[in-house]
Design a protein around this ligand. Sequence first.
Ligand SMILES: Nc1ncnc2c1ncn2[C@@H]1O[C@H](COP(=O)(O)OP(=O)(O)OP(=O)(O)O)[C@@H](O)[C@H]1O
Ligand SMILES: [Mg+2]
Length: 253
Amino acid sequence: MLEVKNLSKHFGGLRAVDELSFKVEKGDILSIIGPNGSGKSTVFNLITGFHEPTEGRVLYLGEDITGLKPHVIARKGIARTFQHTTIYLQNTVQGNLIIAHRLRTNTGILGAIFRTSRHRQDEKQCLEKAEATADFIGLYSKRLLPASLLSQEEQKRLAIGIAIATEPQLLLLDEPMGGVTDKEMGPLMALIKKINEQGVTICLIEHKMGVVMSISNRVIVLNYGRKIAEGLPENVAKSKDVIEAYLGEDYHA
Ligand SMILES: Nc1ncnc2c1ncn2[C@@H]1O[C@H](COP(=O)(O)OP(=O)(O)OP(=O)(O)O)[C@@H](O)[C@H]1O
Ligand SMILES: [Mg+2]
């Protein structure tokens, strides 16, 4: 589904991502792990067009998408969440989801100004889809509340809802469990699995190893922008290099 080929991103003298290659297969839940600053978020920024690579290519469904603009890549079916959520806190849950769905309709500005019947139809459809998404992410009963009143875990759910509003085939999640308590992780993991079961391929960055081990079918480990291990979660967790660079001697899978 996705192939990253020899990808590098330099910031001045810093090699944030260094000759990285990997593939994401359809149906995967692939985790990318590694120490702080190892280049994980930069990889997502390169795939989704937020950064232009210094070198290398990104192929999506066989098409070279390297250097395309983020909205063009999004329209091709790749959605993402950010490490720091980008929801409108003063807007309601539903309002956030309506905005996300609106990005997919195309009546455009003139339709909105003249309130064409097509535009009214689109608006109605956006509302229906926003409600359906609120239900899917388990926030239907809270859809009329401002997002600022949600817990951290609920805000993470909403960010995922905003991403799936574009009906992606590939979903990139940057630390979906960040700031979430251990107790709240179960339902969030269940949501990610449910999205995957709907046929969406998932690639996630995560520090919480319990989540990585139980959710992913494959893991990639980065250190200083380079891939130091790849494979089944249980095998990666046993790798000497991974223990040394990231997990520490005390880690037991
Ligand atoms: N826009 C930028 N300009 C300059 N340096 C950057 C930029 N973005 C990232 N970096 C640097 O690139 C390196 C990789 O950063 P990145 O955010 O990809 O790491 P990460 O693996 O996601 O870390 P974390 O686990 O802390 O989120 C870091 O040293 C970071 O400071
Ligand atoms: Mg990061």
